[in-house]
Design a binder for this molecule. Structure first.
Ligand SMILES: Nc1ncnc2c1ncn2[C@@H]1O[C@H](COP(=O)(O)OP(=O)(O)OP(=O)(O)O)[C@@H](O)[C@H]1O
Ligand SMILES: [Mg+2]
Length: 265
């Protein structure tokens, strides 16, 4: 299988630490998409997506440019409404529920291209992330927790978000999403544009979050090697359709995946 739209992933300098948890995937899923179809006007972006994430899992969603990864995350968090199909989260039908509702239900979405507030300081960006929380003490605890995960942010607490480097802004975007202590974290290409060292740091933090807080993570990545190395399970999207799913370690060995997404000739 060849795909002109895919890019070979950047080889990491060191492999990230794989997930250290064993989630129970025998019961009902935390998040479940059944035959989801989503459109941008007449553009049929998702053509029957079926996907599950169980509590405590890191699930990787990989695929080439335009495959529908971002659209899948947008549909889940409520930034767009699916035209047909079922979408349940924590046993509740959330199809078409707006993003502020899914956020109240413990979902946090870090969108593509890290949308931090450039005119606000690092600390202010974090505080904005906690806008649903009124308890000042709790907000401060979460800020400090964010600083513990990302010491670089603590050093730059008063720097304006817009003057942070690309990698630092990505850290800030993730730390901001963590302010609500999410049960489900949707990450859209967290490694995009980062140097190998930053990439490794981001992936290690995802693993640590999952281990420390049992946070369920749906991880969209073009850096398929790294995503598959830390994930429990994975899905492969191609032009709006789910091509493959299974244990991340099996997907990583799949020949068609290796050729299309992992840079093998
Ligand atoms: N706002 C939009 N309006 C119209 N079409 C869109 C819009 N956003 C995405 N699309 C189309 O929907 C399809 C899926 O796009 P999506 O952004 O979900 O892909 P992706 O897998 O995230 O790709 P990438 O790896 O490049 O980020 C593509 O064909 C894209 O052109
Ligand atoms: Mg995308």
């Amino acid at each position: 299988m060849t795909q002109s739209t895919t890019q070979p992933s950047t080889q990491p300098t060191t492999a990230p630490t794989p997930s250290q948890t064993t989630p129970d995937i025998s019961g009902s899923a935390m998040l479940e998409l059944g035959d989801i179809h989503s459109y941008y006007d007449h553009i049929h972006a998702l053509k029957g997506i079926t996907l599950k994430a169980y509590e405590g899992e890191i699930v990787a969603l990989i695929g080439g440019n335009g495959a529908g990864k971002t659209t899948t995350l947008r549909t889940i968090s409520g930034m767009m409404k699916p035209r047909t199909g079922t979408l349940t989260y924590l046993g509740e039908d959330i199809a078409g529920k707006p993003a502020h509702k899914t956020m109240q239900m413990g979902m946090s979405h870090v969108p593509e291209g890290r949308r931090i507030f450039p005119q606000l300081s690092v600390r202010e960006n974090l505080e904005v992330g906690a806008y649903t929380i009124t308890d000042r003490k709790l907000i401060e605890e979460r800020v400090q927790e964010g600083f513990a995960y990302f010491p670089r942010l603590k050093e730059r607490e008063n720097q304006l978000g817009g003057t942070m480097s690309g990698g630092e802004q990505q850290m800030l975007a993730i730390a901001r999403a963590l302010m609500v202590n999410p049960r489900l974290l949707l990450l859209d290409e967290p490694s995009m544009g980062l140097s190998p060292l930053f990439v490794e740091a981001i992936f290690d933090i995802i693993v640590k979050l999952n281990k420390d807080h049992n946070t369920t993570v749906l991880l969209v990545e073009q850096n398929a090697n790294m995503a598959l190395a830390i994930a429990h399970r994975a899905y492969v999207l191609q032009t709006g359709e789910m091509k493959l799913s299974g244990k991340a370690s099996d997907i990583a060995k799949d020949e068609s995946v290796r050729k299309a997404y992992l840079g093998d000739e």
